[in-house]
Write a protein that binds this ligand. Sequence first.
Ligand code: SF4
Ligand code: SF4
Length: 190
Amino acid sequence: MNPARQSKLDAQQVVLQNRLVPVRKMLQACIQCGTCTGSCPNAAAMDVTPRYMWRLVLMGDADRIFHTSTFALCSTCYTCALRCPRGLPLTDAMSALKQIAAAENLALYKSGSRFYAAFMESVRRHGRVREMEFMTLYFLSMKNPLVPLKFIPLGMRLMAKGKIAIEIPSRGTGRLEALFRQVKALEDHP
Ligand code: SF4
Ligand code: SF4
């Protein structure tokens, strides 16, 4: 690997390590009992179980953490957090990892981050998701004309069943702008 690329990767590792510090604090009392893994409905699809993920976080292994599918597959159901015998905020910890991956624009998670961003943009504009607009925003953000092609059969089936309507994308009413601005300010300066 050329030295410039290696130094960029090293710098990114340092940033990720620093960003992991508050997540590690959330998990300090973990006793590795595995109840979270046993309770997680998505654990079978994850390449690293939730219990193992917490171990990686406690060890500060940013490289392995940000090469797993685990936090990206968390569906925020809160079952693990409800059952953890130490009462740890496990769903928040998974969300924090998602936020780090999005903030650092990590290539492996770009698709998921842009999907969430397009979803929230549609909610910001209209107070609810407009499916056609949401998917259009997502496809545009992916900047790859091949991405929409694989969704065409699904889109046709959903339209045939009346599950999605053709709506012209619009900027919306702007009534939620103040709310979104306030949430952003809280996120930037918690
Ligand atoms: S259930 Fe709680 S204490 Fe047990 S492994 Fe999971 S996070 Fe750790
Ligand atoms: S919140 Fe996420 S990690 Fe926890 S049980 Fe649900 S899907 Fe699994």
